[in-house]
Every structure is written in structure tokens, then in C-alpha cells.
Design a binder for this molecule. Structure first.
Ligand code: ADP
Length: 277
């Protein structure tokens, strides 16, 4: 019932037969629908701050023209809205970049300890502002995988930023590195990086959809915190490019754990290809 067919009918006069062919075009239709949904979502996400900006410009030209207190307040709001558009465009560019080089395997040897330390340094001010302690639960010894350092930095930046933003009520975010002799999903030896928060957690119904573009478990909270809804979609694409897996565990009221499993053998092409995350 869920399939879409392209049906064509052809008469073969010399043999008095009629050929009817059915071509399954379900995947093409679905891809087309996803593209249309994506464009509609992007337009909506851009139009919201744009409409606010236009409204404030009009107010500043008219009723608030000579009200300096109102002008300062409106300019602050306008700066926030422009920032939202800027983040959205930045995330859209990242997404399109990671999608377009998704088929090219990363080849560099990268040290995950260095990457995590660097992300932690960058996010320290954000955590301090949110009153969250970033807890490091790993040795300062090199942990090497084959990967793309910039993209892996982006993965852990997005995950740790989310843990700080959404888990702030737990006041602590823990980072752990685990080496596994054989990861069942990767079918190879692996390294698993866990980002754990002790915040409100995520309802199980949302978990399978978190990596969809623009999917938000809590729309209001995400927007209030400046989220674009694209962070985990970017994370998923980068992890797929690394032949890794993203796993999410959460119990409502007890926090969330995002785990990234990466193959640790240096020749990534030697491992079997895991199915889509
Ligand atoms: P956003 O820009 O909205 O943060 P993401 O793609 O990064 O977008 O995350 C998608 C949604 O997943 C968020 O809107 C939020 O509802 C939920 N989420 C992500 N990380 C956490 C977390 N650590 N705790 C609770 N909810 C989370």
C-alpha cells in the first residue's frame, strides 16, 4: 500500500499482446517529498526572524523614533534575531558540506584526547555561564582513530553544547572515553566517547527522530536557547562518514547520554560497512 508505481502500457501489434510495466518509484517520490519539506522548513525558519526584524525596523522608524530606551531594547532584540539567522545559515552550510563529502572517507590519524580537550577549552565559558561543571573522566593519553579532526570537533562541540544547554539543571556534564575490543554494531574494535548529562532527559518517543533536520523534542526550549534544530543532523552525517554510530540513552528526569562509537582500526576500509544509523 505504501508503494508508488510508474505504470506504462504498450501494445505490441504484431503479437497481439499488451505489455504493462510497473516501475517502483517510491524512493524517488520520498526523496522529492523530503526535499520539499526541507525547503519549506528552511523558509519558515528564516522567515520568522526576518519578520521580527522587519517589524522592529518599522517601529524604530515610526512610533519609537524618539524613544531612546525603546530603541536600545529593540536593537538588542534585532541583534538576537540576526544572530539566529546567522547560526541557521552557518548550520545549513555545514550540513550541505558534510552531505556532499559524505562518500569520501576521512584519512587522517587524529587524537581524540586532543580533540576533546580542545572542545572543552572552547566550551568552558558557555558552561561557566550556565553554571555547569564539565567533568573529564578520561586519561590524558593519546586515543587515535582515522578521521577528520575539524568534523570530529564539530560532533563533540554540538553534543557537549547540547548537554550544557539542555542538561543545565543537572549542573554537571561528564565526558568518558571507552575502548572496546569489538563493537557489535561497528563489527570492529572501537572507541566510544560518552557525553553524559544529568538534566531532564528526553522522552523515548523523540529519541529515534532526534537526528532529523529541524526535529526538536521541546520546540519552545530549543528556540529559547537559540537552537537551529540542525545540530544532531550534522552530527549524524559526520559520524556516518566515519563509519561510526551514534547511540542515545535517556531516562526522563535522570539525564541523557549521547555515545559516539568510532572504528579504532587504522584501516577504516577494512571494516565491514555498518548499516545506516
Ligand atoms: P537544537 O538546535 O534544537 O539544539 P539539535 O539537533 O542539536 O537541535 O537537537 C535536537 C533536539 O534534541 C533539541 O531541540 C532538544 O530537544 C533535544 N536534545 C538534544 N540534546 C539533548 C540533551 N542533552 N538533553 C535533552 N534534550 C536534548
Amino acid at each position: 500500500h505504501d508503494c508508488i508505481y510508474d505504470v506504462s502500457v504498450r501494445a505490441v501489434a504484431t503479437q497481439s499482446v499488451v505489455l504493462v510495466s510497473f516501475q517502483d518509484i517510491t524512493h524517488l517520490e520520498k526523496a522529492g517529498q523530503m526535499r520539499r519539506d526541507f525547503v519549506a522548513n528552511v523558509s519558515h525558519e528564516l522567515r520568522t526572524p526576518l519578520t521580527a526584524l522587519m517589524g522592529f525596523i518599522e517601529t524604530l522608524r515610526g512610533p519609537a523614533k524618539n524613544d531612546s530606551a525603546a530603541r536600545d531594547r529593540f536593537l538588542d532584540i534585532m541583534q538576537g534575531e540576526a544572530g539566529r539567522m546567522n547560526r541557521l545559515v552557518g548550520d545549513l552550510l555545514s550540513l550541505s558540506r558534510v552531505e556532499s563529502d559524505g562518500r569520501v572517507r576521512p584519512r587522517d590519524t587524529v587524537n581524540l584526547t586532543d580533540i576533546l580537550n580542545s572542545v572543552l577549552r572552547t566550551l568552558k565559558p558557555l558552561a561557566t555561564d550556565a553554571g555547569v561543571t564539565l567533568e573529564v573522566d578520561f586519561e590524558q593519553t593519546p586515543v587515535e582513530v582515522t578521521g577528520d579532526a575539524d568534523q570530529l570537533m564539530q560532533v563533540f562541540t554540538n553534543l557537549i553544547e547540547n548537554a550544557v544547554k539542555y542538561g543545565a539543571s543537572g549542573k554537571r556534564v561528564t565526558l568518558r572515553i571507552e575502548r572496546v575490543a569489538r563493537d557489535a554494531a561497528l563489527r570492529s574494535p572501537g572507541v566510544v566517547i560518552h557525553v553524559v548529562d544529568y538534566g531532564p532527559g528526553i522522552d523515548a518517543v523523540h529519541i529515534p527522530r532526534l537526528t532529523e533536520r529541524f526535529y526538536r523534542a521541546d520546540n519552545h526550549r530549543s528556540r529559547a536557547l537559540g537552537g537551529t534544530g540542525l545540530g544532531l543532523a550534522i552530527v549524524k552525517h559526520i559520524i556516518n562518514r566515519h563509519r561510526g554510530r551514534l547511540r542515545v540513552h535517556s531516562t526522563l528526569g535522570q539525564g541523557a547520554q549521547f555515545s559516539v562509537a568510532l572504528p579504532s582500526d587504522t584501516d577504516a576500509s577494512a571494516s565491514e560497512t555498518p548499516s545506516e544509523a
